[in-house]
Design a protein around this ligand. Structure first.
Ligand code: ADP
Ligand code: GN1
Ligand code: MG
Length: 361
């Protein structure tokens, strides 16, 4: 059976009506996403967002879906219509369908008339994203964190990511280490900085909050008509974490002057203006609840989320590209290189970035 045929069988478990079209959708690196359009009883069309959950990333899909149902139901009456994801159950009332090959499938209501950007097109959109992620953290401040399963253990624990990297390097399964010595050296030279956030969480200097943990630009939908944030999506990694993780991951992706997989590294740097725009949006809400130590950790968060992401891409390259989806040879290597270029640029601009955060009251 082809991937499409398997997806069609899955789509029918959630909506038995005739499928008008079913196509791969979006640019996520983890799950396999399809837009399935069904005929609906009123003669119109029903759009479903169908996803095959990555079991390489998520070991316990049932727990993952419990988190998502809990969080989305908690948010439901705090947001407008389509302001959070809506889980569509299988015909027999389950959150997940497991097919004959052992694939795990879920469906969300497709949120229409909104766009997930791959790169910032105008400053205001990035301000809007900052505002939305700040509000998302604020809304989840009351969520009972003890109800959340840890969907990926040690997700943003940078020292633990270093340990994974060293294991991959020692094993060197694909024999690729010999070709990437400069990247390996880059990572090892910064190991001393890896615990910049985790040590503060462990000592209690900064608090654990319920965070999104994957706040890149294409995990937020911007309303086509109003230009406002419509919905924060990709809730797979909502778990206790540091506010700086969410701030940092948005900067890593959105404040870069180039794409995450750009091969011309001369095009990659941190745009300090975009950094400021996002920080203003985020802090317009977050200034009300962040402690001084947390605010002080935001630039470190941007730095470590970028370093960590580069380490993860390089680790996956060494492991044979088993975690992040790739679309060309050396894709994960190209991705890690942009991250390391950004890291080096953040080192050069650290004082400037800190001054920007401090100036936003
Ligand atoms: P991944 O974990 O692989 O990144 P996502 O959940 O982020 O998967 O989905 C991939 C893409 O699909 C998103 O970037 C977005 O473009 C689109 N998408 C996801 N959920 C919805 C939804 N409910 N409505 C419309 N588009 C969505
Ligand atoms: C993945 O799922 P997606 O594509 O939104 C990854 C993030 C990385 C990002 C890099 C669950 O995000 O942690 O920062 O790729 N998500 C997971 O682009 O590992
Ligand atoms: Mg995503």
């Amino acid at each position: 059976m082809t991937d499409r045929e398997i997806a069609i069988l899955a789509a029918k478990q959630f909506n038995p009506n005739e499928i008008v079209s079913i196509e791969p959708y979006g640019n996520g690196h983890i799950n396999a996403t399809w837009l399935a359009i069904h005929k609906s009883d009123d003669g119109k069309e029903a759009k479903n967002l169908l996803q095959k959950i990555s079991t390489v990333a998520f070991k316990k899909p049932d727990e993952l879906m419990e988190n998502i149902v809990g969080v989305t139901e908690f948010l439901r009456d705090k947001v407008e219509e389509d302001g959070t994801l809506t889980v569509i159950k299988t015909l027999d009332g389950k959150n997940i369908y497991i097919d004959e090959f052992g694939n795990y499938w879920r469906v969300y209501k497709f949120i229409d008339d909104a766009i997930a950007y791959q790169q910032i097109e105008n400053d205001n959109d990035f301000y809007i994203c900052g505002l939305a992620f700040g509000e998302f953290q604020q809304m989840l401040a009351e969520y009972p964190a003890e109800k959340l399963h840890e969907t990926i253990v040690n997700f943003h624990n940078t020292p633990s990511r270093y340990a994974d990297f060293k294991k991959a390097l020692a094993e060197d399964k694909m024999g690729r280490a010999k070709d990437v010595q400069p990247e390996i050296d880059f990572v090892l030279a910064r190991e001393g900085k890896a615990d910049g956030i985790t040590s503060k969480l462990e000592s209690g200097e900064i608090p654990y909050r319920v965070t999104h943990n994957d706040t890149k630009l294409n995990n937020i939908l911007i309303d086509n008509e109003t230009g406002k944030a419509k919905c924060v999506i990709d809730l797979d990694t909502v778990m206790p974490g540091a506010a700086a993780y969410d701030f940092g991951d948005s900067i890593r992706f959105g404040a870069s002057t180039g794409a995450e997989d750009e091969t011309d590294l001369s095009k990659i740097s941190v745009d300090t203006h975009l950094f400021e725009v996002f920080a203003k949006g985020y802090l317009s809400t977050a200034n009300k609840f962040l402690t001084p130590a947390e605010k002080d950790s935001l630039v470190t968060g941007a730095y470590l989320m970028t370093l960590e992401c580069g380490v993860r891409f390089l680790t996956d390259y060494l492991n044979g590209d088993v975690y992040f989806k790739i679309h060309r040879e050396n894709h994960n290597l190209d991705r890690c290189r942009t991250q390391f270029k950004l890291v080096a640029d953040m080192e050069a601009k650290e004082a400037e970035l800190r001054a920007i955060v401090d100036s936003i009251k």
